[in-house]
Design a protein around this ligand. Structure first.
Ligand code: PMP
Length: 401
């Protein structure tokens, strides 16, 4: 029990042995970001954890769009749209993404985290039931905490477990929410089974396409396109921070539902709108994605190549990857930090994913490919991973997805 709220903060110290060995990823300083390379602490590394799926963050057309918007429209919107009004650019983006996804309308947010919160706080109240995949992103759970709705979780990607939870909640207004491509596991939500169960129980279905937009389906429209089930999702959300090479978020759905969220989603009411530069970068990225579906094809070819290189080299993966995210199963957190340090020494950067992003003792090194990676880069990275798994005695078996 602490008597003073700052006491824990004042006692807090990062473990000396981690700090001394320079093992804490938070302190890595990135500069000179390009499509597949960056400098960390002044040294050039191969990015295998950039989440810039289509390589657009380095695209001069996207950078120029952001710069022109900042010069032309200013650096901030300074307030919420409720109080400070909207811009034609916000509406233009919403119209473009709605038509790309075959929806009547869409709404832009200042981050993906806020988009989840906006959707959930608008739709859910204290009587409503949110049924989530146990691995769904923290932003979804945080939205539920603000909405104070009832929450139940089902076993990851397990339709039978979803059905059990819905059977227990029969009679409540229910939203089922899943991710399309899971950010730490790299596997896909089984949309056909989930849709059928939601329909059977009269539940609405929301899907977070943070890692699906620009990644899944021939044109990059996401999970519905992947499974050839257009219109199967009731409301879709996503972020700008992956394929769209920016910072921001969005939801898309029917005109009525989007309108409701526009006037009831708390981040729209109480937080400043997205900056013109961030919006312009996402808009330009979406235009490029629509005009150049070949980028998506290249990403998918690189994803398959990376998967077979890792599996061929015996690198233990958490799941058989369904897309560009492949997580190496490490387990112990300290080993994971050492692994990431050794990777950097070999000139490769990947994401160190620890608790609370994953359960304790299930630390992973998450790797991400982009459409911009060259075959030689993937081959080199796979060799480094295989060597480190051998040296650090990281082993395990691939769990079939
Ligand atoms: N959903 C998922 C699945 C995510 O991985 C993330 C984090 N990138 C978010 C939502 C939140 O998005 P943002 O970073 O734009 O807040």
């Amino acid at each position: 029990v602490t008597s003073d709220l700052f006491e824990r903060a004042e006692r807090f110290a990062l473990p000396d042995e981690l700090r001394a060995a320079d093992l804490i990823p938070f302190y890595l300083e990135f500069t000179d970001l390009e499509a597949t390379r960056a400098k960390i602490g002044g040294r050039s590394v191969l990015m295998m954890g950039g989440l810039d799926y289509l390589g657009l963050s380095a695209d001069p057309r996207v950078r120029q769009a952001a710069a022109s918007a900042a010069l032309g429209a200013g650096t901030s919107r300074t307030g919420s749209r409720l109080h400070c009004g909207s811009t034609p650019e916000q509406r233009a983006f919403e119209t473009l993404i709605a038509s790309f996804l075959g929806r009547e309308d869409a709404l832009v947010f200042a981050s993906g985290y806020m988009a989840q919160s906006g959707l959930i706080t608008a739709l859910m109240d204290t009587d409503a039931l949110l049924v989530l995949d146990e691995r769904a992103h923290a932003s979804i759970l945080d939205g539920a905490l603000v909405a104070r709705c009832r929450v139940r979780r089902f076993a990851h990607n397990d339709p039978a477990s979803l059905e059990q939870q819905l059977a227990r909640g029969a009679g409540s207004a229910t939203l089922v929410m899943v991710e399309s491509l899971y950010s730490n596991e790299g596997d896909l939500a089984p949309l056909p089974e989930i849709r059928a169960i939601c329909t059977r129980y009269g539940a609405r279905l929301a899907v977070d396409e943070a890692h699906g937009l620009g990644v899944l389906g021939a044109a990059g429209r996401g999970l519905e396109e992947h499974f050839a089930m257009p219109g199967a999702i009731d409301v879709i959300s996503g972020t700008f921070s992956k394929s769209l090479a920016s910072v921001g978020g969005w939801i898309a759905g029917s005109r009525k539902v989007v309108d409701w969220i526009r006037f009831h989603g708390r981040p729209i009411l109480f937080s400043a709108a997205i900056s013109p530069a961030s919006l312009a970068a996402a808009h330009r990225s979406l235009e490029i994605l629509i005009a150049e579906p070949d980028l998506v094809a290249r990403l998918q070819a690189n994803s398959r190549r990376w998967r077979s290189l890792l599996i061929g080299a015996g690198v233990p993966l958490v799941k058989d990857p369904a897309g560009p995210l492949a997580s190496v199963r490490i387990g112990d957190e300290k080993t994971c930090l050492i692994f990431s340090r050794r990777l950097l020494e070999a000139g490769v950067y990947a994401n160190t994913v620890l608790h609370p992003s994953v359960p304790r003792g299930e630390a992973v090194i998450r790797t991400v490919v982009s459409s911009a990676h060259q075959e030689s880069e993937l081959t080199y990275a796979a060799e480094v991973f295989a060597r480190l798994c051998h040296d650090l005695k990281v082993n395990g078996s691939v769990e079939p997805s």
